[in-house]
Design a protein around this ligand. Structure first.
Ligand SMILES: Cc1cc2nc3c(=O)[nH]c(=O)nc-3n(C[C@H](O)[C@H](O)[C@H](O)COP(=O)(O)O)c2cc1C
Length: 176
């Protein structure tokens, strides 16, 4: 039976997403006793409405809050869109503000984009606002991600590969 769980969220909804592939690569680095789940419900999260943010929010929101609360750690891997956080990811995080689901949660952030530095910086602020425990060594910005992996999602850039291995090691250490 797995003794720890890591919940992974990709900020890209695109079929064939490089961020999804990065998360899959991280999954290959984990020991067998870690339960690793890549979230596939981001598109189902409704637009954030403070008027619905009560004891009975929409079901996909409740499910996401529960998955985050129950996880030992969370990893977010996202592209940047229009110099910012992808809307659907930001929308989901807005639903997490009042629930405190992320409060104290060991969290890692990978921004894998063409450039990505604006989304990366903005996300660090948002994650701070929702009281994540951003783990030491748990943030990584990967520019030009599409040139650093092949079509199957294998990381072809040795620096990126070792950075992802290091981040995964730090994440595991944070929940050991
Ligand atoms: C509408 C749109 C806007 C984008 N804007 C940015 C941007 O501002 N900065 C950046 O680094 N990449 C930008 N990109 C490029 C994406 O980050 C890049 O395609 C990335 O690989 C997408 O992630 P994915 O492969 O996981 O879907 C944009 C892409 C799209 C489709």
């Amino acid at each position: 039976m797995p003794n720890k769980t890591i919940f992974a969220i990709s900020g890209s909804l695109r079929a064939g997403s490089s961020n999804h592939k990065v998360l899959k690569f991280i999954g290959t680095l984990l020991p067998v006793d870690i339960s690793y789940h890549i979230y596939d419900g981001l598109a189902t999260i409704p637009p954030f409405d403070p008027g619905l943010d009560n004891d009975t929010p929409p079901q996909p929101v409740t499910a996401l809050r529960g998955a985050i609360t129950n996880a030992d750690a969370v990893i977010i891997c996202t592209p940047e869109y229009a110099f910012g956080i992808p809307g659907q990811l930001k929308n989901a995080l807005d639903w997490m503000v009042s629930s405190a689901s992320f409060s104290g949660k060991p969290t890692a952030l990978v921004t894998a984009s063409t450039v990505g530095e604006n989304a990366h910086a903005a996300l660090l602020k948002v994650l701070g606002a929702i009281d994540c425990d951003i783990i030491e060594g748990g943030t990584l910005l990967i520019p030009y991600i599409r040139s650093k992996m092949d079509a199957e999602g294998n990381i072809t850039d040795s620096d990126v590969e070792s950075s992802l291995k290091h981040l995964t090691y730090k994440l595991l250490k944070a929940i050991a």
